[in-house]
Design a protein. Structure first.
Length: 322
């Protein structure tokens, strides 16, 4: 009797076994929303849209970009945290995601509210000054800043932005002081810089590359620990005298907490494949971005370490949002 019962159950078990695999293979069954918490046309948006386009091709479903701006990226990021954990709501975040916890009370937990999917790229900011500043090297600039404290004005894309934090760290480590003024976005920041309304800034290379080439701006140093391949003749801040300075721009994809592991694995695998494409590398290069894949296992502790680092910087510098 037992043998007969087993014989009847085995075919049913065989039919049931593939069900999880079929469910997993069905993802995605509809378009995916990729929330970019910054305005269209900015650095995060350009890189995020490139990722969305290529990911759409890999997944066979459209990845729709949704720009949700405000509060230094907090508004859009909150929408990701509140999204259904089903793989159809994703967020594309830059380095400032790990700076916000130290600057303001957030409506989400930067660690617990999200499932890291992958880090996709990195880059370096460049410290530039106008010809009005009598310095062509970082050493000369620091000497001039110490002789003229609080006389220079350096612009950022906004309070709490990556440029803001990178400059505050630079001021602390170089033991200098200058005024930091906040503009409404990177484009206005560059316009005012070229118009003589500020003396310099730290910014992504593509935003100022033409002006460096033309001589309207002078590049003194870059922010990351290693020289950028896009500006190889310009030393890092560490090389040029601010020992230990290392501030890297990065971009990554997050999902709401609780997103199924199978979905995360699928997204991670496809993102890794996207970053291996020559066309993507070329497009990234045009934005001053280097492909920098890191899967979910490494991405989570990386985010935690970045939060701890910038929290320390904010406390030491007593940095506050104006």
């Amino acid at each position: 009797m037992l043998s007969r019962t087993l014989a009847m159950l085995l075919p049913l078990a065989a039919l049931a076994a593939p069900a999880p695999a079929l469910a997993q293979d069905a993802y995605p069954a509809r378009p995916i929303r990729l929330i970019i918490p910054f305005a269209a046309g900015g650095g995060a948006d350009v890189v995020g849209r490139l990722i969305a386009t290529r990911l759409s091709e890999r997944l066979g479903q459209q990845v729709v970009v949704d720009n949700r701006t405000g509060a230094g990226g907090v508004i859009g990021t909150e929408l990701v945290a509140r999204g259904a954990p089903d793989g159809y709501t994703l967020g594309f975040v830059p380095a400032s995601f790990t700076m916000q916890p130290a600057l303001r009370k957030l409506p989400y937990d930067p660690i617990k509210s999200f499932t890291p999917v992958a880090r996709v790229g990195k880059g370096s900011f460049v410290l530039v000054v106008t010809p009005a500043v009598p310095a062509r090297t970082l050493k000369e600039f620091i000497a001039y800043a110490k002789q003229n404290p609080d006389k220079m004005f350096f612009g950022t894309a906004g309070a709490g932005s990556t440029a803001h934090m990178f400059m505050e760290l630079f001021k602390m480590m170089a033991d200098i002081n200058f005024n930091v003024v906040h503009f409404k976005g990177g484009n206005q920041q560059v316009i005012d810089l070229l118009g003589g309304h500020s003396h310099g800034t730290m910014i992504s290379l593509p935003a100022v590359r033409p002006h460096i080439i033309s001589g309207k701006l002078h590049a003194l140093a870059t922010s990351a620990s290693k020289r950028t391949v896009f500006l190889p003749d310009v030393p890092t801040l560490d090389e040029a005298g601010v020992k230990g300075y290392d501030a890297t721009v990065w971009w990554g994809v997050l999902a709401p907490a609780g997103t199924p592991a199978a979905v995360v694995r699928r997204l991670d695998a496809e993102l890794k494949s996207v970053l291996a494409q020559d066309e993507v590398n070329k497009a990234f290069a045009g934005q001053g971005v280097e492909p920098d894949y890191q899967g979910p296992v490494g991405f989570r502790p990386f985010v935690a370490a970045e939060i701890a680092n910038w929290t320390s910087v904010v406390k030491k510098g007593n940095i506050k949002l104006e």
